[in-house]
Write a protein of this length. Structure first.
Length: 163
């Protein structure tokens, strides 16, 4: 692991009350760390992200997020019924997040954070991995992404809205 990757991993692990445990979990693949101290996380529904990106293709979504959320970090949880993206944002964002239908996780919510080299399916992985210690998205950039995605979803014809 490079010195930069080690520093980022240590930063992510430091969100845990026992950082050594988080580092051990990273050795296996996914560490559970609480939100609130080092970062908050905004849970983004995949249809909103895909609509904003104009694609469901993982490479196209990653390229869009790289441009839209410059220097941020986004986890894609591709397991289960609901597929989510989690944008890491500055701690304290939850106190003023007011975007309808999109939740900023409360402090102390346990988030599955992938090891830095997990950048593809299966399972939770980084769509936009952190590039430095403290790499988080701005809340405004995430809000703009959500507004664009929600707007595009409202404009997309559905069978119920087709004349």
């Amino acid at each position: 692991m490079t010195p930069a990757a080690t520093a980022i991993t240590n930063w992510l692990a430091s969100a845990h009350h026992v950082p050594a445990q988080a580092r051990r979990e990273f050795d296996v693949g996914i560490a559970l760390v609480p939100t609130g101290e080092k970062f908050d996380a905004i849970r983004l529904p995949s249809p909103v992200v895909h609509a904003a990106a104009g694609s469901q293709d993982p490479d196209a979504v990653a390229a869009y997020l790289t441009e839209a959320l410059k220097n941020g970090a986004v986890i894609h949880d591709a397991y289960g019924i609901g597929v989510w993206y989690y944008a890491l944002v500055p701690p304290g964002t939850h106190t003023h997040w007011q975007v309808p239908d999109v939740e900023c996780l409360r402090p102390g919510t346990w988030l599955g954070v992938p090891r830095l080299d997990l950048t593809a399916r299966p399972g939770p992985h980084w769509t936009l991995p952190p590039t430095t210690v403290g790499s988080v998205c701005t809340a405004q950039a995430v809000a703009d992404l959500v507004a664009l995605g929600q707007n595009r979803l409202r404009q997309t014809p559905t069978p119920e809205r087709t004349p």
